[in-house]
Ligand binder design. Structure first.
Ligand code: NAD
Length: 501
């Protein structure tokens, strides 16, 4: 496989100017700073290997200063005294600013992460803007309740008046992954700000550029100093320092299950509240009556989009034996159609993986599977950071490629005969993030969806998201929810006030 790297130069003047800066700094308390020890780390284009920018490589000391700034802002009049309506308008303005700069942000995301410009410009960047607009509406609708009590021992002539208030949890450490950088940051910032929290954001070290640009846009939109702080740097130092920091009240984490478990341990010191959006190994079940015209492109998109670097990627397909061959042929056709190239090239469907380590990891899963007897129908080859869209058959449930998250464009197809067998296959995973069911029979679809242990079930579609749809993992795919009303709840605490009046 040879991949032509064409059209890899930034075109947007804003992107050129951003990348031309001598280095990119942390945002702490409304100002920009180098790392405490002056260290920098590179941001590289995963497709070409070109150095894009130098970023501050944060330290535990930087994390500490950012937490102090967030605490100070949390207590400040500028933030606490802001009316809910003003907070809502601020969030809306941030959403609008993202939309106005969508061309610039999309190009920056593509250069930094590798994804196709189509995905960034028409999918993720507008979706990030939408997160802010959706949660803007919640700022004015955070309500407590009054509670009629049955307490009977109050003094004669007195009554109990009881009510609840909803209060922001406090300082939130938001730690995000590299697969959809701006969107993942927006999914945490928008509800946290709507609730009245302050935030220290640590983007993934591989992809920090759009978070820093968002920091500038938020300040221009009127965000008070210190309400959002951004510290770039490695997970093992900055991320770990935030997870363990006694001044952090909550960690909102998206990333691997492995790191999620480390965060649970680190956060136990002061019993931080946690939301964990973790890994997945999502199944797709294709029934004999499925509309194959819908299922084949839908399942292909569900695994190959963003080169498979999607938490809900449908990497395990269970197809009824009567239609399994047709499905495999269809998926192989879809895979072969996809053009690999630099994300900025308008002809590109699939960019590279985020870096060589990830490409090597994907290649190792496929090679090991092949050695253990899996057949590669199409794809299977790596060139540098690129990996071909791959369809695999003859897999067994205990193979590592069937149990672990590959996070690459690799799908394994297994036939089934009975519905119970398909359910058992689908649920045979430590993960429980998402699943899709493909059938024309609505009653089968709903009965089946009740039996699947996952946070989301799609029927006749895969990977459909929107800020109003709660998203969370069952089993080892996570704790808590993002999006929708449950997504806001995770940033609020309830206070009960009970008065003798
Ligand atoms: P990762 O777990 O390696 O890193 C995620 C973040 O955690 C990064 O910012 C990293 O620097 C930080 N980190 C690493 N070690 C840390 C530590 N010891 N303490 C604190 N922070 C630390 O994940 P990744 O490789 O960036 O992203 C891919 C993973 O993210 C996949 O497993 C994918 O399924 C998952 N993901 C889940 C969702 C979801 O909504 N469930 C969405 C996107 C990605």
């Amino acid at each position: 496989m040879t991949i032509a790297i064409r059209n890899s130069d930034p075109r947007h003047e804003g992107v050129k100017a951003f990348l031309a800066r001598p280095r990119l700094q942390h945002l702490i308390g409304g100002r920009w700073y180098d790392a405490s020890d002056g260290a920098t780390m590179p941001a590289t284009d995963p497709a070409s290997g070109r150095l894009l920018a130098k970023l501050a490589q944060g330290t535990a000391e930087d994390a500490d200063r950012a937490v102090a700034a967030a605490r100070c802002a949390f207590e400040s009049d500028a933030w606490r005294g802001m009316t809910p309506s003003a907070r809502g308008k601020l969030l809306w303005r941030i959403g609008e600013a993202i939309d106005r700069q969508a061309d610039e942000l999309a190009e920056l995301e593509t250069l930094d992460q590798g994804k196709s410009l189509k995905t960034a410009r028409f999918g993720e960047i507008p979706a990030a803007a939408e997160q802010f607009r959706y949660f803007a509406g919640f700022a004015t609708k955070i309500l407590g309740t009054t509670i009629p009590t049955s307490i009977s021992h109050q003094p004669v002539g007195k009554k109990i008046f009881a009510y609840t208030t909803r209060e922001p949890i406090g300082v939130v450490a938001a730690i995000t992954p590299w697969n959809s950088p701006l969107l993942m940051a927006a999914m945490k910032l928008a509800p946290a700000l709507a609730a009245g929290c302050t935030v220290v954001l640590k983007p993934a070290e591989e992809t920090s550029l759009t978070a820093l640009r968002l920091g500038e846009l938020m300040i221009e939109a009127g965000l008070p100093a210190g309400v959002v702080n951004i510290v770039t740097g490695p997970g093992e130092t900055v991320g770990a320092a935030l997870a363990a920091h006694p001044g952090v009240d909550k960690v909102a984490f998206t990333g691997s299950t492995e790191v999620g478990k480390l965060i649970v341990t680190a956060a136990s010191g002061n019993l931080k509240k946690l939301t964990l959006e973790l890994g997945g190994k999502s199944p797709a079940i294709v029934m004999p009556d499925a509309d194959m015209g819908l299922a084949i492109p839908g399942i292909a998109r569900g695994i190959f989009a963003n080169a498979g670097q999607v938490c809900v990627a449908g990497s395990r397909v269970y197809a009824h034996r009567s239609i399994c061959e047709k499905l495999i042929e269809g998926l192989a056709r879809e895979a072969a159609k996809l053009r690999l190239g630099h994300g900025l090239d308008p002809l590109t469907d699939l960019g590279p993986l985020v870096n060589a380590v990830q490409a090597e990891r994907v290649a190792a899963y496929v090679a090991e599977g092949e050695q253990a007897g899996a057949d590669i129908v199409v794809g299977g080859k790596r060139t540098g950071t690129f990996f071909e869209p791959t369809v695999v058959t003859s897999v067994r449930p205990q193979m590592r490629m069937m149990r672990e998250e590959i996070f690459g464009p690799v799908v394994a197809v297994t036939p089934f005969d009975e519905l119970d067998e398909a359910v058992a296959f689908a649920n045979d995973s430590p993960y429980g993030l998402a699943a899709s069911l493909w059938t024309r029979d609505l009653s089968t679809a709903h009965r089946l969806s009740a039996r699947i242990r996952s946070g989301t079930v799609w029927i006749n579609c895969h990977s459909y998201f929107s800020p109003e749809l709660p998203k969370g993992g069952h089993k080892q795919s996570g704790w808590g929810y993002e999006n929708g009303a449950p997504g806001l709840e995770n940033y609020l605490e309830t206070k009960t006030v009970c008065a003798l009046v």
